[in-house]
Design a protein around this ligand. Structure first.
Ligand SMILES: N[C@@H](CCC(=O)N[C@@H](CS)C(=O)NCC(=O)O)C(=O)O
Length: 214
């Protein structure tokens, strides 16, 4: 398997965690999201993923894109260490936490969106960081409440084993810090992060541990 990735890409980070949790070894093909205007826009990478977004996973000559679709593929193909609970209601809850991050927070603080806001509306770095912080805080505030209110509260987002929700949460916290969010108000989320980062699967997937880290 070959993962097209960038050390700081949080969607790639999700897939790295999932592969590590499953104990799957893989090759990395680094795509630098800023160098030369972004290698994701080069024809070579657009031929891999016409969306010009990371990650992409090459499996037996086929390309999979969209981190959540990739992770569900991995989970179905390698069912040991399941990333979703079996019970349909629990599964819907875990998916809702993951989607809260992957659909509602991440896309509107992504590089191309911030670049567009910056250039089209003449915003400076601090203004776009404020935009990012706004959407991240809105999402994390709701997630903190959802985590506390659920009936199966445990050490992770859901119960006592890591799921797709934790896989989405941990990389998002990296982005939150990069944009200057005050995470101290999310005590439950921070304690989940501590639990996740104690696991090699999460720690080894961290941006600073990647071969292309700067
Ligand atoms: N929904 C996509 C999001 C992919 C995405 O936005 N990737 C970012 C890196 S985290 C990217 O490639 N950004 C490049 C850009 O904004 O130009 C997924 O989950 O895979």
């Amino acid at each position: 398997m070959k993962l097209y990735t960038f050390f700081r890409s949080s969607a790639s980070y999700r897939v790295r965690i999932a592969l590590n949790l499953k104990g799957i070894s893989y090759e990395q093909a680094p795509i630098h999201l800023r160098r030369g205007g972004g290698e994701q826009h080069q024809p070579a990478y657009r031929a891999v993923n016409p969306q010009a977004l990371l990650p992409a996973l090459e499996v037996n000559g086929r390309i999979l894109t969209q981190s959540l679709a990739i992770i569900e593929y991995i989970d179905e193909k390698y069912p040991d260490v399941p990333l979703l609970p079996k019970d349909p209601t629990d599964k819907a809850l875990v998916r809702s936490m993951a989607l809260l991050i992957a659909c509602e927070i991440h896309p509107i603080q992504n590089l191309r969106v911030l670049n567009y806001v910056k250039s089209t509306y003449n915003q400076n770095d601090e203004q776009v960081n404020q935009w990012a912080r706004h959407w991240i805080d809105l999402g994390l505030t709701a997630l903190e409440e959802i985590i506390v209110a659920q009936p199966k509260r445990g050490r992770f987002c859901f119960a006592d084993t890591p799921t797709l929700a934790d896989i989405c949460l941990i990389p998002q916290l990296g982005n939150a810090r990069r944009y200057g969010c005050d995470l101290s108000r999310y005590s439950n989320i921070l304690s989940i992060e501590k639990g996740c980062m104690a696991l090699p699967a999460f720690a080894d997937a961290a941006p600073e541990k990647q071969p292309d880290a700067e």
